[in-house]
Design a protein around this ligand. Structure first.
Ligand code: NAD
Ligand code: UDP
Length: 496
């Protein structure tokens, strides 16, 4: 997203000749700082009219004249602004748009922040800027100067609710907490095939707020229609799916039905009800076993070895085709690496029934004395200690990125984004065991067992695209993850 910088006279608009926005005190400070406005976008007329070029700062000059050139090493020209903005992924504050009403008009849909200087008194203007509706913005800061009022604005979030499918599951519940804490209204759906209704009370305990909850199956089209009719939904986050890899090999039809058909039902209803934004839970498993680490979003996907992984590849393709075919549809696909940990309150987390298939839930059960020892699947992989390496990410860091994903597609038309969501650091199974033992002061007995079929040696993300474009960074380390896991299972055992 971009920041738009405008000096305007409330009566007449902007663009008064000879006076450019950045003569103003506050803006000058912002422009000088290193963090804001690495790039400045402006029209040809403004650029040509600049008495002094903005030395050392990258200037993007927009022109409709194909012959137009600039003779300045710090500047480049674009002849198609929309295409340029679509092709370049700028993070918040990286680009400041200024100078030229036609440039404002074109860049406006992409702008999330605004710096406005309302000039007091009347000035001669040569253009009007009528698309800037103050009602669309929150005032974050206002300073009054002698001849102008300076405001920093952020675009108002639309007040529509977010529909969260699978809202009671492990990642869904943590995301709902973050959404409610960030003042979103949440409408949730779950059929409790892999979760319990108590989660809803925990969410309320944590946030003091309630989810408007529907119990049912995402395959139930009538129910989905009812949910969309009864609520003012603006976007969807889709978590509802089966996720046990081994199980998926035994029950492919059930997996494809629950993980793919359900998404088709959801998308059909979204289309019918004109809700065109979706954030989708995908997985690192889509990279298959042939790509080199670290995995990057532009690597080929597929070559998955189980129906669970293949179901994620299918849904990604469906979303991509849909956004291409319908230029009002927007999708943000998040490829999670290995989510672990729990909310630091110890109230919500992951606590599967039976013998867990995943590493951390298994270690938790060993820690609680419910299982005797951990089986480490292979110590002869080409990794530093021979055990499998994965990119573990704290579930709360993961939950937060969904809000960034929603923001990314909020004002778009026909956009499709894919992001790796990991830390970019790989830890081995033995690293995890050691960290867990250390932070929780507990012994985890283990034996080395044969490799698990289908496992790859090493899997970690290049998450720089999400860091850059979503302005999202992980905040929790491996010790936090292991500590929070244990705290949660200890809490659960007290409740039983
Ligand atoms: P989870 O099983 O804890 O949560 C999924 C929730 O969806 C559960 O509460 C379940 O009851 C519900 N659900 C399943 N099918 C449904 C249906 N047809 N209708 C209504 N509700 C339904 O799983 P999670 O770990 O929270 O994963 C959430 C999403 O993230 C899934 O799509 C999963 O494939 C994906 N993902 C998870 C991981 C991981 O390691 N946990 C990694 C990568 C991707
Ligand atoms: N693993 C293990 N013992 C277990 C479960 C997992 O050694 O009981 C290893 C597994 O081989 C892999 C890592 O732990 O190297 C993470 O496995 P998990 O199933 O949690 O996630 P995956 O990355 O396979 O989806």
């Amino acid at each position: 997203m971009l920041t738009i910088s405008i000096a305007m006279d409330e009566k007449k608009g902007i663009g008064y000749k000879g006076r450019l926005p950045w003569h103003l005190k506050e803006e000058l400070q912002l422009f000088k700082s290193n963090t804001m406005g690495k790039n400045i976008l402006m029209g040809q007329t403004t650029y040509d009219g600049l008495p002094r070029k903005l030395k050392g700062r990258h200037t993007i000059v927009c022109s409709i004249d194909p012959e137009y050139k600039v003779n300045d090493p710090d500047a480049e020209v674009t002849y198609d602004l929309k295409k340029f903005l679509d092709e370049h992924e700028f993070s918040d504050d990286e680009v400041i748009v200024c100078g030229g009403a036609s440039i404002y008009r074109q860049a406006y849909p992409f702008c999330s922040k605004a710096l406005i200087s309302f000039v007091k008194g009347e000035y001669e203007t040569d253009t009007r800027f009528d698309i800037f509706d103050l009602n669309d913005w929150n005032i974050d800061k206002e300073v009054e100067y002698e001849d102008f009022i300076y405001r920093e604005l952020s675009r108002k979030r639309n007040d529509k609710a977010i529909f969260v499918t699978g809202c009671c599951g492990y990642i869904g519940s943590h995301t709902v907490v973050e959404l409610l804490n960030d003042n979103y209204d949440v409408v949730g759906l779950d059929n409790f095939s892999n979760s319990k209704p108590e989660v809803l009370n925990k969410i309320t305990e944590l946030t003091g707020k309630k989810v408007k909850f529907y119990e049912g199956n995402m395959l139930d089209r009538e129910l989905l229609e009812k949910i969309f009719d009864e609520n003012n939904i603006g976007a969807v986050i889709d978590f509802a799916a089966y996720k046990a890899v081994g199980d998926s090999v035994k029950k492919p039809v059930e997996y494809y039905t629950n993980n793919v058909s359900s998404v088709l039902t959801l998308l059909a209803v979204m289309k019918e009800k004109n809700v065109k934004s979706i954030v989708f839970s995908s997985s690192a498993t889509v990279y298959g076993s042939e790509n080199p680490v670290p995995f990057k979003e532009d690597m080929p996907i597929g070559g998955t070895t189980n129906p669970y992984g293949t179901s994620k590849v299918f849904v990604e393709q469906i979303l991509k085709d849909l956004c291409f075919a319908d230029n009002t549809f927007n999708a943000c696909v998040l490829r999670y690496f290995n989510p672990i940990g729990a909310h630091e309150s110890g109230l919500i987390g992951e606590n599967p029934n039976g013998v867990p298939a995943n590493l951390l839930p298994f270690i938790d059960k060993v820690a609680m004395g419910k299982l005797e020892k951990l089986n480490i699947f292979g110590d002869d992989y080409p990794t530093p200690d021979g055990t499998g390496v994965r990119d573990y990410i704290h579930v709360v860091d993961l939950a937060k990125v969904h809000i960034k994903g929603l923001e990314k597609i909020a004002h778009k038309n026909g956009s499709y984004y894919v992001y790796n969501i990991g830390t970019g650091v790989g830890y081995s199974v033995l690293d995890i065991v050691k960290a867990y033992e250390k932070v929780n002061d507990i012994k985890i007995p283990y034996v080395i067992a044969p490799r698990r079929p289908g496992d790859i040696a090493t899997c970690y993300a290049d998450s720089s695209k999400a860091n850059r474009e979503l302005n999202w960074h992980t905040t929790k380390d491996l010790e936090d993850m292991c500590r929070d896991c244990y705290r949660f299972v200890v809490n659960c055992s007290k409740e039983q």
